[in-house]
Design a protein around this ligand. Sequence first.
Ligand SMILES: NC(=O)c1ccc[n+]([C@@H]2O[C@H](COP(=O)([O-])OP(=O)(O)OC[C@H]3O[C@@H](n4cnc5c(N)ncnc54)[C@H](OP(=O)(O)O)[C@@H]3O)[C@@H](O)[C@H]2O)c1
Length: 247
Amino acid sequence: MKTTGNTILVTGGGSGIGLALAQRWHDAGNKVIVTGRNVAKLDAAIAGRPNMSAATLDVTDADAIAAFAKDIVAEHPGLNILVNNAGIMGTEDASAKRDLAEAEATVVTNILGPIRLTDALVEHLTAQEGAAIVNVTSGLAFVPLPKAPTYSATKAAMHSYSVALRIQLAGKIEVIELAPPAVRTDLTPGQSTREGYMPLDEFADEVLSLFATEPTPEEILVQNVLALRNAEANGSVPQVLGMLASL
Ligand SMILES: NC(=O)c1ccc[n+]([C@@H]2O[C@H](COP(=O)([O-])OP(=O)(O)OC[C@H]3O[C@@H](n4cnc5c(N)ncnc54)[C@H](OP(=O)(O)O)[C@@H]3O)[C@@H](O)[C@H]2O)c1
């Protein structure tokens, strides 16, 4: 993936990881479009950055995705990179029958959203120079957090989807997986100040330096996520799972 001269669409770019990456990509010489549901957050994200623009998009709305994709390629014909970053996370107690609304929303947001947006943009992206799709998964794609089973499963699904897509789109669109470790954002209550979680700026700076590696790695993995990513290969899943189960 080129590091400058791209037009990059970042879903969930109004806060957290999406925002930190979007602003860095802008400042490095790219046009960046951020989307999300919260207009105030999006307006704040683009303030003072002339090559950033914002558009509202709820990634759980299939019709909205189709309409948005049409509009965005008309407005930004050079759009060549899609970053599927928007996501939600919740904890669940699956030991008794319960209301599955949040679990179902997690599946729709974290899996169906990226699948639908990719589908809506794949033909446009295929026609672009230097096209790429970046799917933001998680270290929890590789070893689940027991108290967040649906969330972990959505990220494992998006890892698998990215691996398959990389083969199908080879030579047309680069497929890159970005799997963050625990990072200080507002993804879950209290997370933005939690001890042991990676500071957001430190994480985003390390991610940008990994994107600058040539050729771009298929998986963008900061040092802090390697214990999760490599647990299966290292034979350390029981220990890592035990640690995650104690959280
Ligand atoms: N922080 C971590 O520790 C961590 C670790 C591994 C992976 N990740 C992943 O990183 C990504 C970004 O998360 P974050 O930590 O930066 O949390 P965040 O600050 O809460 O960002 C999530 C973004 O997703 C957007 N979003 C949520 N539901 C949406 C919907 N239905 N339609 C459109 N946008 C929606 C939100 O924007 P609106 O509210 O404006 O819609 C928000 O900007 C997620 O995919 C998350 O799973 C995070």
